[in-house]
Design a protein around this ligand. Structure first.
Ligand SMILES: O=P(O)(O)OC[C@H](O)CO
Length: 457
């Protein structure tokens, strides 16, 4: 269902959902063939990134601690699956450190998947047989242990080399604990895709039924947010299901004097494109939002003024100074959103612009759809976020930090101050600070460097 929805669309997911009763009654093999056909037919081969960007998160949440511990004890690891290679390879190799993955190759024509699996397994299996047949490693059979979830494991030739085969049943899996996040062999920092919940048949039914209502609700929320003043829009938006919790050591009752010569710079971590908006609602005042990439659509829909960064240090610095002379400004120095409990590197430019920096720690929780995307249509970000029945935001305003003067007195560099602000926000949220950047995220999720063009849609 994830592949049908994320590589296709709602319609493809609906077709798959309607076929569920048939898939349930036919044999496992035929059921898989039907699912693969519905999910992959007509999908562009080169741009298929679901296996690396979307599925690892869901697969990881499904790994049992017990099985993982057994796997860790092994030397060379081979993963065999009936699923298409493009779905499992990245997860097994990158996240579970499996050395060799044997799945099914998909037939393609003219750069598009045909939705049919090759009968032969992926090519990497042949060297294994050859090695065995030519007596490459006489002990292979004595050292090899197999773990299978199917009692038809003998169907696969690889298991004939195993000294022992452990069969894992559904009841075993039910009693397993989930692999805790801190045991993941590789940190899951980035993932893409719109679905925030695992689309089991029941969840899929809920999503499909919610869809028309969700779209209407999102449009209502956009109209209210854009056209009414905060005092009126806030209760209406709360009534519609949006939740905002204000917190932090100083829930900023210390409003700055009205005759202040220069505005305050609010520096927040970045969870969704609505972060600056929620800060405005929390402070009950309009701020200028400085963003790196925002779709034209999001700019049009935004109730507050947004100004784009150019990634030219000098020009961006001047522009932020100009905005601060007009009022308060909010900036997200990570330069891109992150969904997991990690903070990306804070670009230090903000520390050289203002001496009145208020770090803001932000978190959000969505139940159905993610309002961010790396490889999809960014113009749909606000719509997807606002289609959630009851998305939750928490905004914590932290202790003021001096930027400009701290850097000028020479004791600390702008990097030190940026790292300090990142650390304070990390502490407030319980998030881990990293040195990862926007470029890292886009290389993993979208296969590009995340350089925003002027006409991002
Ligand atoms: O997650 P991204 O890369 O779309 O980030 C969007 C931000 O608002 C950039 O300023």
């Amino acid at each position: 269902m994830l592949v049908a929805f994320e590589a296709g669309n709602f319609l493809r997911a609906l077709v798959l959902f309607l076929l569920c009763p048939i898939i349930f009654f036919v044999s496992d093999e035929l059921g898989l063939k039907i699912m693969v056909m519905v999910c992959f037919f007509g999908v562009k081969k080169d741009s298929f990134r679901i296996g690396t960007a979307v599925l690892p998160k869901f697969f990881l949440e499904d790994v049992g601690l017990e099985a993982f511990e057994v796997l860790q004890r092994g030397g060379n690891k081979v993963g065999v699956s009936k699923l298409p290679q493009v779905m499992i390879e990245s997860f097994l190799k990158d996240y579970l450190e499996i050395d060799m993955v044997i799945g099914k190759e998909l037939k393609a024509f003219g750069g598009y998947f045909l939705g049919i699996m090759e009968e032969e397994e992926s090519h990497i299996v042949s060297p294994l047989w050859e090695e065995q047949e030519h007596g490459g490693d006489d002990d292979m059979g004595f050292d090899t242990i197999g773990i299978s979830t199917s009692n038809k494991f003998n169907d696969h030739q690889l298991f004939s080399y195993c000294k022992e085969v452990y069969l894992v049943g559904d009841s075993d899996k039910r009693s397993w604990k989930n692999l805790p996040r801190d045991r993941y062999p590789k940190k899951l920092v980035f993932h893409d895709g719109r679905l925030a919940l695992t689309p089991t048949p029941l969840e899929t039914l809920a999503i499909l039924m919610w869809l028309p209502l969700g779209i209407a609700l999102a449009i209502f929320r956009i109209i209210v947010g854009k056209s009414l003043p905060y005092d009126v829009s806030f209760p209406l938006l709360c009534f519609s299901g949006l939740r905002l919790t204000l917190g932090g050591p100083k829930a900023q009752s210390e409003t700055l004097p009205k005759d202040k010569p220069r505005g305050t710079l609010y520096v927040c971590n970045h969870r969704t494109l609505l972060d600056p908006l929620y800060i405005c609602v929390a402070l009950k005042k309009n701020l200028h939002a400085v963003t790196y990439s925002l779709s034209k659509m999001s700019e049009i829909l935004s109730p507050i003024k947004t100004v784009r960064l150019t990634r030219n240090r000098h020009r961006d610095g001047k522009m932020m100074e100009k905005l601060l002379n007009q009022g308060d400004v909010v900036v997200c120095p990570e330069g891109t959103t992150c969904r997991e409990p990690y903070l990306l590197r804070f670009s230090p430019l903000f520390t050289e612009i203002s001496d009145k920096i208020i770090p803001v720690a932000i978190n959000t929780h969505v139940g159905m759809f993610h309002g961010t995307t790396a490889g999809g249509l960014k113009c749909l970000d606000p719509l997807f976020y606002l289609m959630n029945p009851s998305p939750i935001y928490t905004v914590q305003l932290l202790e003021k930090v001096s930027g400009l003067s701290t850097c000028r007195d020479g004791n600390r560099s702008s990097f030190d101050v940026a790292n300090y602000v990142q650390g304070e926000i990390g502490k407030a949220l319980g998030f881990e600070c990293t040195k990862l950047t926007r470029r890292d995220k886009y290389l993993i999720l979208a296969g590009n460097e995340g350089i925003a063009s002027k006409c991002t849609i």
